[in-house]
Design a protein around this ligand. Structure first.
Ligand code: NDP
Ligand code: MG
Length: 401
């Protein structure tokens, strides 16, 4: 076999990127808005044909007027009338509530779902999209944390590609391109460590919403920003990686890398390690998930090695950031425990954002809920929905929500 890397391909010599109709589920959020930025950059390749938001009806209306999708869903039903009225006469189908989300997910109006709803709420529409054979660009990690076995099995049955958007998983996915016949020894998920890296409990006990929400490297939605500050985000990502890449818990390692330049790594059986690097910008993994296997030219700022000569790596401090320890327990034990943990975490983060629970108390809420709700070794999808509801009720009772 001969390899010739010298030829510079002209765009027209390359296999074309298939033109895609994108369903942006969670268009008013951080990932959703960045997805629309990518769509704006390549108007000949992508069209936003489904837009869904929960509460931000003003933004949804503006986005719908700009992108002229076929379907718009406002999942907070109290906002339905105002959205419907604002878009009347535009030829856009407007739907509401969770049934609207599921109907939109089942529709023929789009080819690729950008799954960018936050939390458990993303699970049902994503499952519907998989059932319908859509390609999934997965940002909503909670979908795999809660029901990874069900979702991956269904995707395999339907021949559906689930392309990760989470930057760490996109990095691993990119490292694995061309490596199908080479088994993975382990993966190394990098974590920035969040805003409190190096801090101890006596500091964390006084942390407030405004501190925790400020991530040093990434600008993200409120929930994932808090999850990053407690390291729960990395725990969720370990479980997400287990399902995406079919790994055992012992094959998944975490390293703190405060600069967020290496987005994650794969170590192969020959002891070679591949890393994917770049400036922290979610538009890259979003774009890659939409154009895979092609890479498209863009003008985003480039990383300069000479200006950022130092990259640091440290083990995570699981004694201080106990949420990561709880997630590792859930990863190892499996069954419905990750689902219970996820529900309790969503409630705890909500309580923290509302100043109802302290920073360290979030861990107590999660730990007690994990101990309370009965363990099921091989849950069905229905079991997951029931456990989620039970865990939410119990966690809510702990924080008087
Ligand atoms: P945001 O909070 O910024 O956005 C969440 C989106 O989900 C919004 O469109 C919101 O609507 C919608 N939403 C909220 N609640 C519901 C509900 N009950 N039903 C339907 N829709 C709902 O989150 P992010 O964009 O930061 O994150 C989205 C997902 O992507 C999360 O799972 C996160 O973990 C993951 N992710 C995010 C990254 C990032 O950089 N932001 C990086 C990697 C993964 P509205 O605002 O109108 O209420
Ligand atoms: Mg991530």
């Amino acid at each position: 076999m001969q390899f010739d890397f010298s030829h510079q391909f002209a765009e027209e010599e390359l296999p074309p990127v298939a033109v895609k109709r994108i369903g942006v589920f969670g268009c008013s959020g951080s990932i959703g808005k960045q997805t629309l930025e990518v769509i704006r950059l390549y108007p000949n390749l992508f069209k936003a044909t489904v837009l869904t938001a929960h509460s931000n009806h003003d933004l949804l209306i503006n986005q719908a007027l700009e992108f002229n999708p076929e379907i718009v869903v406002i999942s907070d039903t109290t906002k339905y009338n105002v959205v419907k009225e604002a878009l009347s006469g535009k030829g856009i189908k407007v739907m509401a509530g969770d049934p609207g989300l599921v109907e939109a997910a089942a529709s023929d109006a789009y080819d690729l779902m950008m799954a960018a709803i936050v939390g458990f709420a993303g699970l049902k529409p994503t499952i519907k999209a998989v059932e319908k054979g859509k390609t999934i660009a997965l940002a909503n990690k909670e979908t795999l944390v809660v029901a990874g076995d069900v979702v991956m099995k269904l995707a395999a049955e339907k021949g559906v590609s689930i392309i990760p958007v989470d930057s760490e998983h996109s990095a691993i996915f990119q490292c694995l391109v061309g490596e199908q016949s080479n088994p993975i020894e382990k993966i190394i998920l990098t974590a920035s460590g969040g805003p409190f890296v190096g801090k101890k409990p006596n500091y964390l006990v006084n942390v407030k919403r405004e501190h925790a929400i400020q991530h040093p490297n990434w600008s993200m939605g409120a929930k994932i920003s808090i999850d990053s500050s407690t390291l729960m985000n990395k725990g969720l990502e370990m479980i997400e990686a287990k399902w995406l890449f079919n790994l055992t818990p012992s094959q998944i390692e975490v390293v703190i890398h405060p600069q967020s330049i290496i987005h994650s790594m794969v170590q192969f059986k020959d002891n070679s390690i591949k890393a994917q690097m770049g400036l922290p910008d979610m538009k890259l993994p979003i774009q890659y998930a939409m154009t895979y296997p092609r890479r498209l030219q863009n003008e985003y700022p480039r990383f300069n090695f000479a200006k950022s000569a130092v990259l640091n790596f440290d083990p995570p401090d699981i004694k201080t950031f106990r949420n990561l320890g709880l997630a590792i327990t859930a990863l190892h034990k499996g069954g419905n425990l990750p689902c219970i943990m996820n529900a309790a975490n969503e409630l705890a983060v909500y309580g923290f954002l509302k100043n109802r629970v302290g920073f360290l108390d979030m861990t107590e809420v999660i730990e007690r809920t994990m101990a309370e709700i009965p363990f099921i070794e091989q849950p069905s999808l229905e079991d997951y929905f029931n456990c989620d509801a039970e865990a939410r009720n119990f966690a809510a009772s702990l924080i008087n929500l």
